[in-house]
Design a protein around this ligand. Sequence first.
Ligand SMILES: *Cc1c(COP(=O)(O)O)cnc(C)c1O
Length: 400
Amino acid sequence: MANTADFLAHQNQELQALQDAGLTKRERIITTPQGARVRTTDGREVINLCANNYLGLSSHPAVIAAAHAALDSHGYGLSSVRFICGTQDLHKTLEARLARFLGMEDAILYAAAFDANGGLFEPLLGEADAIISDELNHASIIDGIRLCKAQRWRYRHNDMADLQRCLQEADAAGTRFKLVFTDGVFSMDGTIAKLDEMRALCDQHGALLGVDECHASGFMGATGRGTHEHRGVFGKIDIITGTLGKALGGASGGFTAARREVVELLRQRSRPYLFSNTVAPSIVGASIAVLDLLEGSTALRDRLAENTAYFRAAIQRAGFEIKPGEHPIVPIMVYDAVVAQKLAARLLELGVYVVGFFFPVVPKGQARIRVQLSAAHDRAQLEAAVTAFVQAGRELGLLK
Ligand SMILES: *Cc1c(COP(=O)(O)O)cnc(C)c1O
């Protein structure tokens, strides 16, 4: 019979195996607010190119002021789930504002987008139904689908012919409702889902279309509404999930937006909503201020687009290979995992904070540095970052 000591020994073996495989994730400690520059525990300031702080709102004065105001007017926390005594006027306002911003009828808040996706599928679909999912969808979508009894199909990443195959198979299997679900933007490549083509395919097959907009809400499309706006299908998506923890302020919290009856059923049955605490008032108040900012002006998303275009061109001119595209996620391809780690480490010494991604986060032999641009970066910071990339790239023999 195994005892507690055996259990702990087992966990240590697992940790050692991760370490031996070079897969241990180390958390770097920063001592400043999130921003274009951050300070690490050794006291050095570095240019930050690895946050999801796309619009620079994580430390924006108007957002901080709104959080303070809501803290004063509505308190620190509610000590309740929504349906007992955890719903304030602020929560209802934010849900209505999110729905309007996204072009949807209604929205429901969650503690995180992970919960929005985790609690989405099971209340809406059953054994008779079909969920058709992109093979590279986010872990929270995969987990949410696992919790649902619907029949499952998976199509090759962003492959419309393969999506059509799945729709045909689901039809042939006699399924009742079909829901196609995709990330709007895929976080490792910055790939943008072809929502226009997907909408057409879904219409041909009477399928619903759902999109996770975590890497899109606030800045994709001409007014920042998201991938649906970017692809010309604003108002034509059935379900949108997203996060308040990236471009929309960067604190935490998530949401699902959909038709009124869908949102209402989620309020009745979605387990992460029913059995988890309400979003803190300070975050809710600040998120309303974020939507005020974004509906009032496109300056931040325009600045982000300019920074993205500048960096993508400059890093390629410097001789690096990137995954082509237009998203502020810029994968700089290194291919070799060890080189990717060395490059990230050297860049940190040179004052640029980036992270190397390698197997199993990306396929074997596809190691990369993932740069993420922000509206908070100024041109001098981006120029300095490219200069550091060139120096480190030469030292490591990546550039001539
Ligand atoms: C970050 C992310 C999530 C999780 O968002 P949280 O609000 O932090 O839980 C879900 N889906 C996608 C695609 C993401 O990128």
